[in-house]
Design a protein around this ligand. Sequence first.
Ligand code: URA
Length: 409
Amino acid sequence: MNILDIIERKRVGENLTKEEIKFAFMEYMEGHIEDYQMSSLLMAITINGMSFEETLTLTDVMLSSGKKMDTSKINGIQVDKHSTGGVGDKTSLIIGPIMACLGLKMGKLSGRGLGITGGTIDKLESIPGFRVSLTSHEFIHNLNKVGFTECEQTPEFTPLDKKIYNLRSVTGTVSSIPLIASSIMSKKLATGADYILIDLKVGNGALIQNKSDGVKLANTMIEIGKSYNKVVIPILTNMNRPLGDNVGNALEILEVLDILKGKTGLLRNLCIELASNLYSKVKKINIDIATREVTRVLDDGSAYTKFLEFIKEQGGNIDALETAPNLMPIKSITSGTLKDIKAKSIGSLVLQLGGGRKKKEDHINYGVGVVINKHIGDQINEGDTLCYLYQVDNTDYSSQALEAFTIVK
Ligand code: URA
């Protein structure tokens, strides 16, 4: 078999055989196929798509590239949750502690930032000492002890996805439906949860830009789940605006703490909606009862205590979390009503500030980012601060920042 023939076949829109998919991806994993060849195949897949059979095969190849969790050692019902990625999306760090407080076990393998979208692993790494790399033994131990754990794909779990994910991040191939579906589902299947909630982000700040692609991705993941006897619960949510006020790794951890300590608003509401849907499906209870339970553990502070327990268990020192030293207020140059805050512009700005990667080997500045100071519908006067930039230098980013805000008279 020959990688050039495989690239050619996909380039002209043909379906690849199981053997071809296995050959191309496993040989890449073992270092026998170069980055530039895999990039070319990924681009052909992004342009021409994959059939369901091809997507299922790719999921299986990703899954088989590593170990599967021995879930028999987990005491309790194991659930999982994944977001397809957005700007300011820190929901799993809020939903995980909620699920643990409700007696479920939520263990997640997560990714790093992809394009302009942030990744939970980068966010967690902003906490000094936090270990994102766990063995399967530690993963199970943490699940049984704390009820919530989150780590990166180690060489043990879906190592192929990790390699492909890093390459996609820098080759313009992040928005492909089969590549997203196989990436997410292989990680979910490796950890073995029976119920998998997918927060499927749709909008200008997400990998998926329109609803019909969102529905296609949701159906693909439901079908992959069925093939493995898993319940996949996809919920399409808006990602035209950043989620919450803080965007940037350490800043997002601070906002997680705020929400768990009682901050209200759209981010809290979304977390309650997602958590309640998952809980009601698992427990087979009415959504209103589930919502009451979810809200209770948020309001009584137990989810906050659980989050701190999770951080401590993985070695993190939350008190040592640092944000970038230079705080730059961005002032409005007009007056009117704030109509829109574009997630895509805020995501690109954080990338420019150094909060994400433009190349695979880029290092992240964990402390940089944006804190939004005004909300949609607010009346704005000229000179009001729309947002604050946390920077490591004094570069003037005000024109890029202002682009994100639409203010109408
Ligand atoms: N999250 C993942 O794990 N993979 C993707 O491809 C997109 C979002």
